[in-house]
Design a protein around this ligand. Structure first.
Ligand SMILES: Cc1cc2nc3c(=O)[nH]c(=O)nc-3n(C[C@H](O)[C@H](O)[C@H](O)COP(=O)(O)O)c2cc1C
Length: 414
């Protein structure tokens, strides 16, 4: 009976434990979590989602306060097109988060940053270019491009001195998305170093419609592997989404996957950024407590606990402080939905918005409890304490369970 440790992820001459902890914004996949993955010989992700506020929280900077001060005059306005990010400040925040994480790195593993294209920040190209370049400047080992097609992202950094040396990968949910990306970047003569194939059971945003349940990770992965073999393209394929045990991982590795990307099991680790009371919500969840809905202003379906405070909350949009989802013209589907509700209930003290949520504020405050499909199995990965709560795990324990377990077993903590 094989275990994950019988396999290795190879990047050139470098050999890694084939376990990648996926990016979880906003600072759910913390530096501490990513550093553990690297120390244990795998790959960890930090996320650059809302990096100015992450820098403020971690390093006592004041990026959010400064931005809010600059645009305070606009808070009551429905038109958010003025509210632009200071690109120098954005680079500084990225430097802080990425640079300090890399300085702390120990062990043979790698640390990547997860970079979502859908964080359009009211100036999609300029802000993305700064986020990518600043992460490379700050010494990140690799960048995983996610949430969006990223058709122009490689070109944004083609002149960066580290463009060919840093590991650059892309998350796709279909062969078609990968083909589009390869076609669009062919001119650059630089293939992605890895392709993460994210299936419909993942946490966060899904690369599927509301018919997500009709898709299967094994089938999409096999289709992509077949295509790459036919085209003689040697790109490591890394499935993600619903890989809950070491044995689940082995079932992909035996079929030629280079590694697996996992996340949900680490949401209940002590290194994870979720507050302790929210982690207990994840433990307690049953299958019927989890839904895929369309409240994210990005337009992608998202999986979350039905009890997330973000659902139905009609808070005033906070774009002057945050504004990460404003498109290139200053629009966001939540701002539109909020203004519609204010318009139709002019005398209401409390606004309720059911169809969209203010994702910036709620992700920033850990009030949007996004999670993978198998969150309801987390309670089976730990022990119940005398007070009825569930024991939080160490990232090392979870990592080793993936690495060494067999027969669909899950090791409980000591
Ligand atoms: C709490 C949470 C937050 C996530 N946030 C992001 C994100 O910000 N960007 C992203 O590309 N993927 C995100 N994901 C997806 C993971 O990186 C990963 O690919 C996926 O969840 C793996 O499936 P699993 O959770 O079933 O192991 C998130 C997943 C979870 C559970």
């Amino acid at each position: 009976m094989k275990h994950v440790d019988d396999f290795r992820l190879r990047f050139g001459r470098k050999e890694l434990v084939p376990i990648i902890i996926g990016g979880m914004g906003v600072d759910i996949s913390t530096a501490e979590l990513a550093l553990e993955a690297a120390r244990l010989g795998g790959i960890g992700h930090i996320s650059d989602a809302m990096v100015p506020t992450v820098s403020d929280r971690r390093f006592k900077t004041h990026f959010v306060k400064e931005k809010l001060k600059t645009y305070k005059y606009n808070v009551a306005s429905a038109d958010k097109s003025d509210v632009l990010f200071d690109l120098g400040r954005l680079a500084e925040a990225t430097h802080n988060h990425v640079g300090r994480t890399m300085e702390a790195k120990l062990g043979e593993g790698l640390i990547f940053v997860n970079c979502m294209e859908k964080l359009t920040m009211n100036a999609p190209r300029d802000t993305l270019r700064v986020r990518l370049s600043a992460a490379l400047d700050a010494g990140i080992d690799g960048i995983t491009l996610s949430a969006g097609l990223h058709l122009g992202s490689f070109a944004l950094i083609e002149d960066h001195p580290r463009f060919r040396d840093a590991k650059l990968g892309i998350i796709v949910s279909s062969l078609r998305a990968l083909q589009l990306f390869l076609r669009k970047t062919a001119r650059l003569k630089r293939l992605p170093d890895y392709v993460i194939v994210e299936g419909p059971l993942a946490g966060g945003h899904l690369g599927f419609g509301m018919d997500w349940a009709n898709y299967d990770l094994h089938m999409i992965t096999a289709e992509i592997q077949q295509y790459l073999t036919t085209e003689k393209l040697d790109i490591p394929v890394i499935p993600a989404g619903g890989i809950f045990t070491g044995s689940d991982a082995v079932s992909f590795l035996e079929k030629g996957a280079a590694a697996v990307q996992v996340a949900t099991r680490f949401t209940v680790s002590k290194e994870c950024g979720l507050p302790a009371d929210v982690q207990q919500e994840y433990f307690r969840a049953s299958e019927t407590d989890i839904e895929v809905n369309t409240i994210s202003p990005t337009g992608y379906p998202m999986r979350m606990l039905k009890s997330s405070p973000a659902i139905g909350a009609g808070i005033r949009p906070n774009c002057e402080a945050y504004g990460y989802l404003l498109d290139g013209s200053g629009n966001c589907a939540y701002v539109t939905a909020y203004n519609r509700e204010v318009g139709s209930h002019p005398d209401a003290k409390k606004i309720v918005v059911m169809d969209k949520t203010c994702l910036c504020t709620h992700m920033r405050n850990f009030d949007c409890w996004t999670c993978g499909h198998y969150t309801y199995r987390l309670k089976d990965t730990t022990r119940r304490l005398a007070d009825g709560s569930y024991q939080i795990l160490s990232a090392e324990h979870i990592f080793h369970d993936y690495q060494f377990s067999t027969d669909q077993k899950i090791a409980l903590p000591a």
